[in-house]
Design a protein around this ligand. Structure first.
Ligand SMILES: [Mg+2]
Length: 290
């Protein structure tokens, strides 16, 4: 959130955002990741020696390229088949996204896997009950804030406000420079009234959260606990993500972390250049399981 704050302040120097919006225990450690296939033989050995394997993927920018509008994205049939094949081989698969849970399931459409929506606030198996860590009072509060933002931003061309029950996304990919400043002003005003509310930057999007205790990693841990039950297993966990929000997972997880996108500094151990290379990973992973 410090990152979010400084980015906002660059947009409007006079804006004063309360320091309590800063993250509590999230400290980034940045590495220069290795290309995943540069060390593939060693990773293949870990896959073959693992008792249990769990693969978790972010969706936009990781399994599929970022689209100009978020409603124009669908998982390609080839990747859907690969994920179904992997899930049938007793590998735990989860898609962990900032999208709303129902929207994510509709766009991925893979059976036998876990879905995590709203950055960890909702999760379910493809067939099964929805688990949530969002309280009714948080839901009411976020709806109220969403209505307030909607009123303030409705006149700005190109802005897209998404209320995802738990979180609120403000997409500004199609907003011009002067109008972007109006968004920054509205967010700064909101944060002055709600000083505890976390705000995180994504790719051309700001996201507001009910609190800082829930994130993609807490959802992954919930799922592993639900799957393992009383029998604690030694599970080899992979996580693939592309955005600054995924850095928290990379930074705090145990297992194999992979940042997707341009080769850059990241808390992840490995990188892949694009969602197309994630497709190549799925094929090589299937082959390594044989
Ligand atoms: Mg992403």
């Amino acid at each position: 959130m410090l990152l979010a704050r400084s980015k906002l302040q660059r947009g409007r120097q006079r804006a004063k955002v309360n320091r309590r919006n800063a993250p509590s225990s999230f400290a980034l450690r940045r590495n220069t990741p290795l290309h995943l296939f540069a060390d593939w033989e060693a990773i293949k050995r870990r896959i073959r020696n693992a008792h249990e394997i769990a693969l978790f993927f972010d969706f936009d920018g990781t399994l599929v390229p970022i689209a100009p509008w978020p409603d124009r994205v669908q998982l390609p049939p080839g990747k859907r088949k690969q994920l179904e094949m992997i899930a049938r081989k007793d590998v735990l698969v989860g898609i962990v996204s900032g999208r709303q849970l129902s929207d994510l399931r509709a766009r991925v459409g893979v059976k036998g896997i876990w879905y995590v929506g709203s950055h960890g606030y909702f999760f379910r198996r493809s067939v099964g009950p929805v688990h949530t860590v969002l309280s009714p009072s948080q839901r009411t509060e976020m709806r109220k804030i969403s209505r307030q933002l909607s009123r303030e931003l409705k006149a700005i061309p190109g802005v897209l406000l998404e209320f995802k029950q738990a979180t609120i996304a403000i997409h500004y990919r199609h907003v011009s420079g002067p109008d972007y400043r109006k968004i920054v002003v509205a967010i700064c005003r909101l944060l002055r009234d709600n000083p505890e509310m976390p705000l995180l930057p994504g790719k051309k999007v700001w996201e507001l959260f009910p609190n800082s205790r829930v994130n993609k990693l807490t959802a992954i841990q919930h799922i592993l606990n639900l799957e393992e039950g009383d029998q604690k297993r030694d599970t080899l966990v992979f996580y693939f993500g592309d955005d600054s929000i995924d850095e928290r997972v990379f930074s705090q997880m145990e297992g194999i972390s992979v940042v997707v996108g341009k080769h850059r500094r990241s808390a992840a151990t490995f990188f892949l250049k694009s969602p197309a290379e994630v497709g190549r990973f799925l094929r090589q992973f299937c082959a390594a399981l044989k």
